[in-house]
Design a protein around this ligand. Structure first.
Ligand code: FAD
Length: 309
């Protein structure tokens, strides 16, 4: 079993920011991630709203964050966290290949895309259906694709796909998009994007790979099939908290972690930050802010534990 003062779970912006604050306060910290450092910024192409960078590719932004982490010699280690348990000396964090004992833990595991839960959705994942345009868009070069959703991510990724694909049909089940007005304007002015509002997806069809989407127009109640080679789904996100034991009672009914303004959960020494917490705005800027606050709380907690000894 490996022992550390602080274990941070998740190497996205929130976890990285927390690790930087903890390391600079001379805490013995390790940051675990089941994937490549960077988190969900990696699933977009471009970021326009992060202070100090103007317009920057997600790849460059992530690279700069990871370099900052490595310049401070922070231990970022592979580890798919499967469970976390309260222990008399703090917590035991169990990954797929190791066990960690820590006095304090910060959970920064973010979110995963929600599924639509319609006919044949799971059947075509990887065969024309994707939840990440930046990862899979290139497989549909000069082909017709559809994006499903109406928020910032759906519209931003439609714009991205329009640079690669022949056409993008943007399907949304409401009359108005929920994305910001600047993005909506860009979409409306993009000649390669066709907008279908008030349209609900009923399922997907094709032989080995997707060939079409079955939809219904909610105003006219007419059914139709939209022929496409690729589909990208952006209908919201669910928290990555399956590894937390229900007995800990730190999550709300949707699975998001409840925290105080100091990013403290209802368990002493257990903090959470970023998209995995219950909050209104999930952005890089808010994740970074949460990460800094969680780390400052954890540092104070660890210092108090030392004084109490
Ligand atoms: C398509 C898209 C476009 C976006 N565009 C923008 C934008 O332009 N501007 C902006 O400000 N925000 C944008 N966002 C939102 C932004 O990416 C998130 O708000 C931010 O990444 C949240 O950071 P986080 O650290 O809380 O979580 P995440 O970035 O989700 O990182 C969580 C990390 O935890 C790891 N993890 C999860 N579970 C486990 C486990 N069990 N064990 C170990 N590791 C685990 C994951 O692998 C991941 O690396 C976008 C999001 C998406 C999906």
């Amino acid at each position: 079993m490996k022992k550390h003062e602080l274990v941070i779970i998740g190497c996205g912006p929130a976890g990285m920011m927390a690790a930087i604050y903890a390391k600079r306060a001379n805490k013995d910290v390790v940051i675990l991630d089941k994937s490549t450092p960077g988190g969900r910024i990696r699933s977009t192409y471009q970021v326009d709203n992060y202070l100090g960078f103007g317009r920057v590719t997600a790849e460059e932004l992530v690279q700069k964050m990871v370099t900052h982490l490595h310049d401070l010699e922070i231990d970022d280690t592979y580890g798919f966290v499967k469970r976390i348990d309260k222990h008399e000396e703090g917590f035991i964090v169990t990954t797929d290949n190791d066990e960690y004992q820590a006095q304090a833990v910060i959970i920064a595991t973010g979110t995963n895309p929600k599924t639509l839960n319609v006919k044949n959705e799971s059947r075509y994942v990887g065969n024309g259906l994707s939840y990440c345009a930046v990862c899979d868009g290139i497989f549909f070069e000069n082909k017709d694709v559809a994006v499903i959703g109406g928020g910032d991510s759906a519209l931003e990724e439609s714009n991205y796909l329009s640079r690669i694909c022949q056409s993008v049909t943007l399907i949304h089940d409401l009359s108005d998009f929920t994305a910001n007005s600047g993005l909506i304007k860009r979409i409306r002015n993009n000649p390669k994007i066709f907008v279908l509002t008030d349209t609900k997806v009923k399922g997907f069809l094709g032989s080995d790979a997707i060939e079409g989407i079955e939809v219904i127009n909610l105003k006219t109640e007419t059914n139709s099939i939209i022929p496409v080679h690729g589909v990208f789904i952006y209908v919201g996100n669910k928290p990555e908290t399956g590894f937390i034991n229900n007995d800990m009672a730190v999550t709300n009914e949707e699975g998001f972690i409840r925290v105080t303004p100091e990013m403290q959960t209802n368990i002493q020494g257990l903090f959470a930050c970023g998209d995995v917490t219950k909050k209104d705005y999930r952005l890089i800027a808010t994740a970074i802010s949460d990460g800094a606050i969680a780390a400052l709380g954890a540092i104070k907690y660890l210092d108090n534990c030392l004084k109490a000894r």
